[in-house]
Design a binder for this molecule. Structure first.
Ligand code: ADP
Ligand code: MG
Length: 315
């Protein structure tokens, strides 16, 4: 029934959510039968535009939203049959900052630990506050904390019961670069200690940089789920950037390849790595009388993958 250390941290099968409509809004199918497996030990990104269904998915895991259909296991625990254990296996940092402002960070963590039944002797309140650089604010009132500090406190609260899985829902939306870095330092530290990390974001760059596996969710459907590198490689498209020795007036004719002359004088030449070698392009350039001063290749990035997937769907 349960596993001490499952291979799959979170699994969803046929997960559907329909928000009931009312006189103001029609019913909304936010998740349309999502199948997803999040491997233990990964930093998993759930990527998608606003309204894709990311928070709905997270909130179902956290027990805050009731699913319409489907089966969900968290750390091997079924969220219907073993709700308490499932919930104890997760720490969730919600998208919205909603916190009781009348407590101090120390009190807030103690209350949270109490809710999860962590005995006093096993609480790590100051250690957690220190890790999130909130130790000097331990006894300040929450309402005196900056927005960034509040967000760090939410992460601290999510970790009081030392869950094996930490879920962050858009943790860096509206957060400045310095704080973002601090937050990731801590998250990566937890990951190094074995915590499985799930993060939702609509920042492609962030997902590409941090996540080793990514699911792209679009209008309630998972349209891709792969290791990050594979996802990007799957596009089979790269661009060769060439700086000619002598400035060109127009892009040269390269036969099977199409060059574009950029305003900075460089040539941009897209190609498919599975079909063409850079050497072939260089031969074509030489044949066209273009002497090369410098060259580099540009990989496609997640943005391209994302556009292609959503475009393919729409089209
Ligand atoms: P994301 O987190 O990816 O931005 P959400 O899960 O918040 O997406 O929302 C998915 C869809 O469900 C959106 O169309 C949103 O308007 C709708 N939705 C979210 N929460 C509710 C709710 N409580 N009642 C009705 N519709 C909702
Ligand atoms: Mg959201």
């Amino acid at each position: 029934m349960t596993e001490a250390n499952p291979k799959i941290a979170i699994s969803a099968k046929g997960l559907r959510k329909v928000y009931r409509g009312n006189n103001k809004a029609p019913a909304k199918e936010a998740l349309k039968g999502v199948d997803l497996s999040i491997p233990t030990g990964s930093i998993f990104g759930l990527l998608g535009p606003n309204g894709a269904g990311k928070s709905t998915f997270i909130n179902i895991l956290a027990g805050l939203v009731t699913k319409t259909e489907g089966e969900v296991l968290v750390w091997g625990f079924n969220i219907d049959r073993n709700a308490r254990q499932a919930r104890a296996s997760l720490g969730v940092v919600p998208q919205e900052i909603n916190m009781d402002v009348f407590f101090t960070p120390k009190e807030a963590l103690d209350i949270q630990a109490g809710l999860y039944g962590v005995p006093k002797s096993r609480r790590r309140t100051m250690e957690i506050l220190k890790a999130l650089r909130l130790d000097d604010k331990a006894d300040a009132y929450v309402r005196q904390l900056s927005g960034g500090m509040k967000r760090r406190l939410l992460v601290a609260k999510a970790m009081v019961h030392s869950p094996p899985i930490l879920i962050l829902d858009e943790p860096t939306a509206g957060v400045d670069i310095e704080l973002r870095k601090q937050l990731w330092d801590y998250v990566l530290e937890l990951h190094a200690r074995g915590v499985t990390i799930v993060l939702t974001t609509h920042y492609l760059e962030e997902a590409q940089e941090l996540c080793d596996e990514i699911a792209i969710i679009h209008e309630g459907d998972v349209v891709a789920c792969e290791p990050t590198e594979k996802l990007i490689a799957s596009l089979d498209s790269k661009t060769l950037m060439v700086t000619p020795i002598e400035a060109l007036d127009a892009a040269p004719d390269l036969g099977a390849f199409t060059a574009e002359l950029k305003t900075d004088g460089r040539l941009s030449i897209p190609y498919q790595p599975s079909k063409a070698q850079v050497a072939e392009i260089l031969e074509r350039l030489s044949a066209a009388g273009v002497a090369v001063k410098d060259l580099s290749t540009v990989e496609s990035d997640l943005e391209d993958v994302f556009l292609e997937l959503t475009y393919r769907r729409a089209g």
